[in-house]
Design a protein around this ligand. Sequence first.
Ligand code: NAD
Ligand code: 0WE
Length: 264
Amino acid sequence: MGFMAGKRALIVGVASTRSIATGIAEAFAREGAELAFTYQNEKLKSRVTKLADSLGQNPDLCYPCDVSSDEEIDAVFESLGKQWDGLDILVHSVGFAPREQLEGGFTESITREGFQISHDISAYSLAALAKAGLPMMTGRNGAILTLTYNAATQVVPNYNVMGLAKASLESCVRFLAADLGPKGIRVNAISAGAVKTLAAAGISGFRKMLGYAEKASPLRRTVTIEEIGNTAAFLCSDLASGITGETTFVDAGSNIMGMVFDED
Ligand code: NAD
Ligand code: 0WE
């Protein structure tokens, strides 16, 4: 029996087979959890129902949810509440800034609108989902997990306003953890190393960044969505019952390096 048997999880953020949320769903399913999903828009619906189906899950438990809409967030839990009497796990694997925010110098590229959108979609949405999901999650050893990136605390060229949004997201993890701990809900983040997903496609210089990770990380490689999924499964299971408010790096060790020399 898997270590997540009997757990019911809602996964927000599947867009393709390469999504980090897909790696998380695969690990959760392998460990015996029952899964529900959301998709951002109709264009992504069939990809998400296909994944649900391929993991032996009920594809009817896939709901539309653009996280910029309070109505759509509320509707997810209203629908899910008719199928499940409670929810153990909420996975938030969503991040977005308008593309032009992610190129050029920070001062030059940042705008009020870019700031607002990136913080709304990438940080506020965690609090919004936690708030709406709370009635279903209360009193059952629940866990909430989000995905962050080291540029929350260390400057990465071109990540720009998303770095600020991730800093806000990581703080949100701590405030939620303090607030929801007494209700039996743990809240954590995984800070993942760079992975080639849709959100990374078309970012100028992304290939270079993966190449850098292969040279500069202690493990001399990038990480996979399977590795992130396995850590997610641990953090959301009762195996991690003593861990909350924490950001766990799954980055082949990259974040520990203060300086890196060429190796040749
Ligand atoms: P992805 O493109 O596969 O996933 C991003 C998801 O965000 C998609 O499913 C997309 O539909 C969703 N999304 C965007 N705007 C939305 C909205 N308004 N409403 C609902 N959903 C919306 O890419 P990914 O790399 O798997 O990203 C998942 C998370 O992992 C993000 O938070 C990202 O910042 C984080 N992360 C990614 C990397 C990386 O290198 N890929 C590294 C560290 C952290
Ligand atoms: O969090 C991310 C990706 C975030 C992201 C990506 C996009 C591309 C498409 C947010 N918004 C958008 N908007 C789009 O229109 N990562 C950690 C991956 C990533 O993105 C970078 C990186 C890394 C690493 C952007 C610049 C520099 C490094």
